[in-house]
Design a protein around this ligand. Structure first.
Ligand code: AP5
Ligand code: MG
Length: 298
């Protein structure tokens, strides 16, 4: 059955809607897509972009009543983290949540890829780590996050995606938020079995301009190989190669999973089942955020 919010789209018969494959770009974290199987593009489902959120000041009364809440209504800003293994759908869900809550996405992976694409000194430094599937050292990562949080839009709060990824980063983020008179409001732990992660990463397409992710079968773009939002040509991430993807999962289990204990102590973790359709996962996340289903693991 077709999930709500999706519309039908049909690829031209026998033609690859992604067009002829291009060549890898030197120094780029991306490779042009090489997808030519018409079976991938038969009647498919595409996402309808969510309505833009209003930019007015907001309050978050539901946070006060959720796990560990004080009963006091809090106002802006709102700080949340999407936490989970590579390919679990953090970026996909972030695209909706930032519009819904009117806060910016702070994805350290996207920030690093932006630096690499721009050819900056920092980009050159971090590229070797991303290419290997290893974590960028904490001092570099924290510098990038500090710089991002200093931008005016982060005054409304932030939706962190793929950050923090080490216990050291989590402790330093606590200090940063504390200095700003804020705290981590909610950590959304998106759980997906390993075999599903690998297949999601193997097919992922990314917009190099806005960072939105697609999948030829699971979340296809409306128009061939172009981003629904800004029309940019979609690309595959170099670190989605099977051997690098496997390394990223191992690094996640060894270095990132321990961060959860840090946040469980703060009673801000919501466990989210990340399997099922994008819409289903989105529903679970929204229910976990508004605290309506506290105590049942969501
Ligand atoms: P980063 O860019 O953060 O990658 P990641 O955490 O490995 O996560 P991904 O972006 O691969 O997956 P995702 O969970 O966003 O999934 P997506 O929504 O795209 O980091 C990359 C690298 O940067 C790291 O390896 C490291 O080197 C460095 N780095 C980043 N942050 C760092 C930090 N804090 N410290 C140190 N180093 C850092 O979905 C995947 C696919 O599945 C898509 O095709 C999507 O369409 C599809 N999909 C999503 N949800 C569903 C669903 N429910 N059903 C079907 N398909 C779905
Ligand atoms: Mg991502």
């Amino acid at each position: 059955m077709r999930p709500a919010g999706f519309a039908a789209a049909v690829a031209p018969a026998g033609r690859c809607p992604f067009g002829p494959p291009g060549s890898p770009r030197p120094g780029s974290p991306y490779t042009r897509v090489r997808l030519c199987s018409p079976s991938l593009f038969s009647p498919a489902l595409t996402r309808t972009p969510p309505a833009a959120a209003s930019s007015g000041r907001r309050t978050w009364p539901w946070l006060a009543s959720s796990e560990g809440g004080t009963g006091v209504t809090r106002s802006d800003p709102l700080n949340m983290t999407l936490f989970g293994p590579p390919g679990s759908g953090k970026g996909t869900q972030a695209g909706f949540l930032v519009e819904h809550f009117g806060i910016p996405q702070v994805s350290t992976g996207d920030l690093f890829r932006g630096e690499i694409k721009a050819g900056t000194e920092l980009g050159q430094k971090v590229k070797t780590y991303l290419d290997r599937g290893d974590l960028v050292p904490d001092d570099i990562t924290l510098k990038v996050v500090r710089r991002r949080l200093a931008r005016p839009d982060a005054g409304r709060g932030a939706l962190f995606d793929g950050f923090p990824r080490t216990v050291g980063q989590a402790a330093e983020l606590d200090r940063m938020l504390d200095q700003m008179g804020r705290r981590m409001d909610r950590v959304l732990f998106v759980q997906v079995p390993r075999e599903v992660l690998v297949s999601r990463m193997a097919g992922r397409l990314t917009c190099p301009r806005c960072g939105r992710t697609y999948h030829p079968e699971l979340a296809p773009p409306r128009s061939g190989g172009l981003c629904d939002v800004d029309g940019a040509e979609l690309v595959m991430r170099d670190d989605d190669r099977p051997e690098t993807a496997r390394r990223r999962i191992t690094v996640y289990l060894e270095q990132t999973l321990p961060v959860l204990a840090h946040y469980r102590q703060q009673h801000v973790v919501s466990d989210i089942d990340g399997t099922g359709s994008i819409e289903e996962v989105r529903g679970r996340i929204l229910r976990a955020i508004d605290g309506r289903r506290r105590g049942d693991g969501s």
